[in-house]
Design a protein around this ligand. Sequence first.
Ligand code: GLC
Length: 531
Amino acid sequence: MNKSDEFWWRHGIFYQIYPRSFQDSNADGVGDLVGIIERLPYLQALGVDAIWLSPIFPSPMADFGYDICDYCGVDPLFGTMEAFDVLVNTAHAAGLKIILDLVPNHTSDRHPWFIESRRSRDDPKRDWYIWREAAADGGPPNNWMSEFGGSAWQYDAASRQYYYHAFLAQQPDLNWRNPAVRHAIYDVMRFWLRKGVDGFRVDVIWHLIKDQEFRDNPPNPNFREGQPPHQRILPLHSTDRAEVHGVIAEMRRVIDEFGSRVLIGEIYLPLERLVAYYGRDLAGAHLPFNFALLSAPWNARGIEKIIFEYEQVLPAGAWPNWVLGNHDRPRVASRVGRDQARVAAMLLLTLRGTPTLYYGDEIGMHQVAIAPDQVRDPFEKNVPGIGVGRDGCRTPMQWNATPYAGFSTSTPWLPVADDFVHENVVNLDADSRSILSLYKALIGLRKKLPQLVSGAYVPIAAAGDLLLYRRESDGRAVVVALNLGAEPVSIASDALRAGGEILLSTFLDRQGEKIQGSLDLRGNEGVIIGA
Ligand code: GLC
């Protein structure tokens, strides 16, 4: 990849590392920065271009780093600032970009800002957070709910006011209407950008601004028992406020001070609202994360509709992106099943838009069952038993067949999946038909064929379990045919048009096969066809 290329984030492939679970170098059972440095050659060989690290900053770890008490440091659990600098330099030398997680919506309740803020009603930092009087009955100021269960308001007996927390009570929300807060976070961004980081993934960016009048949220008419309790109400007044776009444009200007860096936003919203986060005149996030595939029912017609809708609502000039997994959602291999995980990989790496891979998905890691006494996730602890726990998608990376999968030499903070003896990087790398080999082949093809990166997405009419599309640019095209079902399907030759030959099958056994007449796909097979 050309280093001076300002659009590297369009051509590149992103890879999310959950640092606690990637590689432990000091035998404490928790992954760290030196561990990541040791594994850079793996990422280079895989062929990804940019690594996004979930938070590495000093934190009491109530939400495993999404509760920060010092924005400009490194938690000793993960290592030192020196190790971080080595990571950036080594990654850059290897042609890899480093993206950090910026968590500006809330701090830890142990952040010095909050400690000052809660000291008294007239502390100069009081207005850095969201403090409100009790309702007339002494209860919370309004009906807003915490995403992790219960009211979003925590009573502070000393000052007899409530503070707002969209997540844990240990994660008080900053007041983004206060310019002092905004500038403090912009300086945090500059601190890391000066160190050479290539951009940020901004945590819950659509939460930053809340309704100025703190109106009650309306009930959710579609709520069903078994859903997380906060979904009883619709977050109409507590998230996705129009004023947030002004704030994001300010963040973007900070990014632009440094050139060639990327601003990614974490946003869970319907597609038509999501695309507003590109900002007016595209002056907002470069990439508002598109999570549509994370919750999509896995069927060809539904996925086709999502792609079509997304392509329709994208503003002119906006660059698309796609995500198959992250540290908050069940593993793709468990959502769609082992066989379809290969088809999902081919989908992700042949769609128009920057793909983001979640660590371990390239080796087919599945959702690990977590026994009650092994639960670490505060979401599961607060709202137990309905399947919201996120530990199962955060288990240690499976590197090899040695104890603890080569992740650590002592007991890991979360259990290793029990299939690690077979399902690990060393084994799968040696198997030319493994899912890891498929990921490498897909990434290699995407790098080789410009139409897979910048070509138009052209749907081709198909029925049943078949998803069919063409990617074409400058008269060059490939056709992607994905069978989202377990039964074989046959594709008529006129639908393929490209003629040509198979460049890649998800089974890795048909490269070079010439297509004569119709094309037969096995159950759970996807192919890329070149003209
Ligand atoms: C984001 C993070 C999630 C975290 C939450 C609160 O959704 O991805 O892991 O718990 O924000 O910071």
